[in-house]
Design a binder for this molecule. Structure first.
Ligand SMILES: CC(C)[C@H](C(=O)O)[C@@H](O)C(=O)O
Ligand code: SF4
Length: 478
C-alpha cells in the first residue's frame, strides 16, 4: 500500500465517491453556533428539508453571549434573536444545544474537545474559521460558509476540493517564558498570512510531541491565520489520555476498539507532503504583534519596525497603514508600549493551562492603575476547575474581572469591546482593524505575557519577570 500522510488517511476514509469531479466527504461531526447558523436553518426550511443526522450535530451559543449578569438576558436585539433562533431551530430539528444557561456551555472550540465530541480521525466542520482547533486531535476540521452549513445539515456530506499538504516541523525545546502561542505567532510571521493557502498543515517534530493537548490546540487554532485550510497533529498517548472518560467519548469495548484504530493515524514514513517547512525554537523569544494582522509580529525585545525595512511595495504600504491605525512610531521599543486593557480569553488561550500560567504570573501583584483587565474562561467546565484551584481569587485580588465563559472581547459582537483608540494586550487570535471594537488596537500575546502586561501597564518581556517583585530589581517601569 502506498505511504500516506495523516491528512490523506482521514480524507480517503471519508470520500464517498472518489470518481466525482469534486470529491464528496462524509462529515462525522457538525458543530453549530448562533452567529452563522440562522440563515442556514432558514434555507433548510425554505427548501422543505430536515436535518439528516441530528445525532452528529451539536450546538452552542458563544459569540454574542454576555459574560456578566446572564440571568438578565441579552440586551442587544440582534444577539438576542440569534440566540433565540438557535434554541428554536435545535428544538425543531432535534439537535443537542448547550445554550448560555447550560452548565457545560462555552466556546464551541473549547467544549468540543472537552466533551469528547472531538476525537481522532473524524471529519469536523463548523460555520467558523477556528474549527481548525480540533485538528490537534488528528481530525480533519475546517470552517464552512452558510450555504455549506445547509448542505451538511441536509445531507451530512460536503463537496470539497482536495487541499494540498504541508508539513510544518517544529524542533527544539521551548525556552522559559515561551509558549505554543509564541511558536504559532512566529510561524505566521515567517510564512505570512497567506503562506499556508490551499494547504492543510500537519504540525510535526519533537516540540509538538512534547506539547500538552492544550498547547497543541493553540497551535492548530491559529493555523488558519497562516491562511491554511486547517491544522492537524497526529494523535498519541497524550491524546487518548485526554479523551478517556470524557462525556461523549466512546466507552468500554468501544473505547478499546477506537484507540486501536486511532493508533494508525500518523503519516507513514515515505509519505510525501506538497511542501515542508522546518522551524527551530531553541532561541525563540516571546512574540507580540505590532500591526493589524497576526503576521505583523516581532519579538518582545525588538522595536516597532520601520516600513522601509520591508522588501516589496505592498508590504511597505501595508505596514505604514498598520502603524497608522495602531498609533505607533517606527523604532519604538515594544516594551515601551503602554496599554489600557488586557484580555485573557478566547478559543486560542482560555483553557485551564492558560489560566494557570497567567495566574502564576499575577499571583501577589496588582494590575497597573492605567489598566482594566478581564479573564474570561473558555467554558463553564474551565471556570469551575479554575475556581476549585483558587485561580479566580488570584485574578480578582490583583484587580482583574472574572467573567462567565464566551468569545467576549475576542471580537466586538457582545458587550465586551474596546473603546475607540484603546490599546489592548490580548490572548486571542486576530488583531484586525476594529476586531475588538471600532478603533480598538490589539497586540496579540500569550497568557503569560498578557498577565505581566496587566501588572506593569505596558508590553513586558516575561523572561525578565521576577515572580516576587514583578520585574527585575534594576528595571524601571516607565
Ligand atoms: C463569527 C464567526 C463567523 C467568526 C469566524 O468564522 O471565525 C469568528 O468566530 C471569528 O473568530 O472571526
Ligand atoms: S473566541 Fe474568538 S476566534 Fe474563537 S470562535 Fe469566538 S470569536 Fe472566533
Amino acid at each position: 500500500m502506498a505511504a500516506k500522510t495523516l491528512f490523506e488517511k482521514v480524507w480517503d476514509t471519508h470520500t464517498i465517491d472518489p470518481s466525482l469531479d469534486q470529491p464528496l466527504l462524509f462529515i462525522d461531526l457538525h458543530l453549530v453556533h448562533e452567529v452563522t447558523s440562522p440563515q442556514a436553518f432558514s434555507l433548510l426550511r425554505e427548501q422543505g428539508r430536515t436535518v439528516r443526522r441530528p445525532d452528529l450535530t451539536f450546538a452552542t451559543t458563544d459569540h454574542n453571549v454576555p459574560t456578566t449578569d446572564r440571568n438578565q438576558g441579552l440586551s442587544d436585539v440582534l444577539a438576542k434573536k440569534q440566540v433565540q433562533f438557535l434554541t428554536e431551530n435545535c428544538k425543531e430539528f432535534g439537535i443537542d444545544v448547550y445554550d448560555l444557561n447550560h452548565p457545560d456551555n462555552g466556546i464551541v472550540h473549547i467544549i468540543g474537545p472537552e466533551l469528547g465530541l472531538t476525537t481522532p480521525g473524524k471529519t469536523i466542520v463548523c460555520g467558523d474559521s477556528h474549527t481548525s482547533t480540533h485538528g490537534a486531535f488528528g481530525s480533519l476540521a475546517f470552517g464552512i460558509g452558510s450555504s455549506e452549513i445547509t448542505h451538511v445539515l441536509a445531507t451530512q456530506t460536503l463537496p470539497q476540493d482536495k487541499p494540498k499538504t504541508m508539513n510544518v516541523e517544529i524542533e527544539g525545546e521551548m525556552p522559559p517564558g515561551v509558549s505554543s502561542k509564541d511558536i504559532i505567532l512566529k510561524i505566521i510571521g515567517e510564512m505570512g498570512t497567506n503562506g499556508g493557502s490551499g494547504h492543510v498543515i500537519e504540525f510535526t517534530g519533537s516540540t509538538v510531541r512534547n506539547m500538552s493537548m492544550e498547547e497543541r490546540m493553540t497551535i492548530c487554532n491559529m493555523a488558519i491565520e497562516a491562511g491554511a485550510r486547517s491544522g492537524m497533529i497526529a494523535p498519541d498517548e497524550k491524546t487518548f489520555q485526554y479523551l478517556k472518560d470524557r462525556h461523549f467519548a466512546p466507552k468500554g469495548q468501544q473505547w478499546e476498539d477506537a484507540v486501536k484504530e486511532w493508533r494508525n493515524l500518523y503519516t507513514d514514513s515515505g509519505a510525501i507532503y506538497d511542501s515542508t517547512v522546518t522551524i527551530n525554537i531553541n532561541d525563540l523569544a516571546p512574540q507580540v504583534t505590532w500591526g493589524t494582522n497576526p503576521g505583523q509580529v516581532t519579538s518582545i525585545d525588538q522595536s516597532v519596525p520601520a516600513p522601509e525595512a520591508f522588501t516589496g511595495a505592498s508590504d511597505q504600504t501595508a505596514s505604514e497603514a498598520a502603524l497608522h491605525y495602531m498609533g505607533l512610531e517606527p523604532h519604538t521599543k515594544m516594551e515601551k508600549i503602554k496599554l489600557d486593557r488586557v484580555f485573557i480569553g478566547s478559543c486560542t488561550n482560555a483553557r485551564i493551562e492558560d489560566l494557570r500560567l497567567a495566574a502564576k504570573v499575577v499571583s501577589g501583584h496588582k494590575i497597573a492603575d492605567n489598566i482594566t483587565a478581564l479573564v474570561v474562561p473558555g467554558s463553564y467546565h474551565v471556570k469551575r476547575r479554575a475556581e476549585k484551584e483558587g485561580l479566580d481569587q488570584i485574578f480578582t485580588e490583583a484587580g482583574f474581572e472574572w467573567r462567565e465563559p464566551g468569545c467576549s472581547m475576542c471580537l466586538g459582537m457582545n458587550p465586551d469591546f474596546l473603546q475607540e483608540g484603546e490599546r489592548c494586550a490580548s490572548t486571542s487570535n486576530r488583531n484586525f482593524e476594529g476586531r475588538q471594537g471600532k478603533g480598538g488596537r490589539t497586540h496579540l500575546v500569550s497568557p503569560m505575557m498578557a498577565a505581566a502586561a496587566a501588572i506593569t501597564g505596558r508590553l513586558t518581556d516575561i523572561r525578565e519577570w521576577d515572580f516576587h517583585k514583578g520585574v527585575k530589581e534594576n528595571e524601571t517601569v516607565s
